[in-house]
Design a protein around this ligand. Sequence first.
Ligand SMILES: [Ca+2]
Length: 497
Amino acid sequence: MNWTVSNSAVWVSLSKTSGTLSRGASDTVTVSINSNANSLPAGNYSDTVYFTNMTNGVGNTTRTVSLNVTAITETISTPNTPSGVTSGSVNTTYTFTTGGSVSSLGHSVQYLFDWGDGTDSGWLPVDTTSAQKSWGAPGTYNVRAQARCAVHTSVISSWSNPLAVNISSLPPVISLSRTRLNFGAFSASEYKFTSSQAVIISNAGGGTLNWVISADAAWITVNPSSGAGTAVIEIGVNHSGLSPGTYTGTITVTATGASNSPQVINLTLNVYDSGAVSDPFGYFDTPADRANVFGSVPVTGWVLDDIEVTKAEIKRAPHELDNPVVIGPDGLVYIGDAVFVEGARPDVEQVRPSSPLNYRAGWGYMLLTNFLPNQGNGTYTLYAIAHDKDGHRVVLGSKTIISDNAHSVLPFGTIDTPAQGGMASGSTYINFGWALTPQPNKIPEDGSTILVWVDGLPVGRPVYNQYRADIATLFPGYANSNGAVGYYSLNTTAYAN
Ligand SMILES: [Ca+2]
């Protein structure tokens, strides 16, 4: 007898569908459900299996197959919002991480990332929560995650909240204001050492610079040690426990995606025996000795120390018109503190590459000679005096100037705010100054002949002809004595830090 077995439902499988039997023989057909049953909604299903005698039709029969599908009551909780960079650059690989999803049945879960550009990571292996991605085009991409049951793969969570990732066409570039720093310290119980030094980190490229700083020696202190974009990094030393000697260390700045990562800053620390420390040293450069001057005179020089110069004072020899109370214990009259000017003396920095703070060796003070006794008509001797952190005081030099304001025909004056080396901030910083000119000339009261310059660029004209009692009293008899002051409102936020 030739026979066949058939059915219609796709979720039923038959082990055999045809055969031949001799007299008295038998065969077994196994009926089972297959994986198509996995996608059936909950409910009751049935199918009929037909057994057919193809030889003569005698004994044809059927059997009914019943299937009851019960809904899986499993749920998968929503994954965490992906973590990773929020900005970067094209063609750079970044790692994103999610997690936090659980199956209500305690099954393992799998994650998938949607990259926001029409592609996804595919289902990741069980227990893998991170995946990597690089984008080929700039834009903002919303990265989100989904989880599913690793057993019942049709049970899928909701989408996580998105992480917006801003991809820029240019990679970030690490820029450091300094790549070498020197420090000095005592090994004695007197805890004196070079102050922390500031290095400005900024992004010279595109996107956002996400930087991390590490140091390779325990005596190096860094604050902050990570951040994004422009920041001032304070780098210092903690030399406690170090014996005298020279120590070198390296600070490494790393930024994912930056085209020049990593960058390094080299540090040198000299630890001195107590008593081995030395005086500040330097030079009083300008004005030249016996120079003929008038009006404003730049008083400049340079100074360095094994630890740190704390102050460079400008003083002068007493004058016969001085009130004795202005003469200090050193026999000199204080004029003012010079400002240390970063980058002013690259020549000194080059000759003294291992001195602490060698990049700010240059100092300067703008001396308005009209403030000298007798309104700056006469001969005066100026002194530059340096002080260091370990208590030394050194006269760097003196210069005699012959000042003649009485015969000058040029205007004179000064900027009062900000002070030399002072701070100016905000969008409406009021910059004050004053100006006078010898008779018979007069400065126009509308300020039309005065120009405010910032960084070599003219920015505008001040409001002039404002009265100030001290100027009117100190400089009477000028055409503008009662209106010498002017001011200009400066938007400091328009300038880089
Ligand atoms: Ca010293």
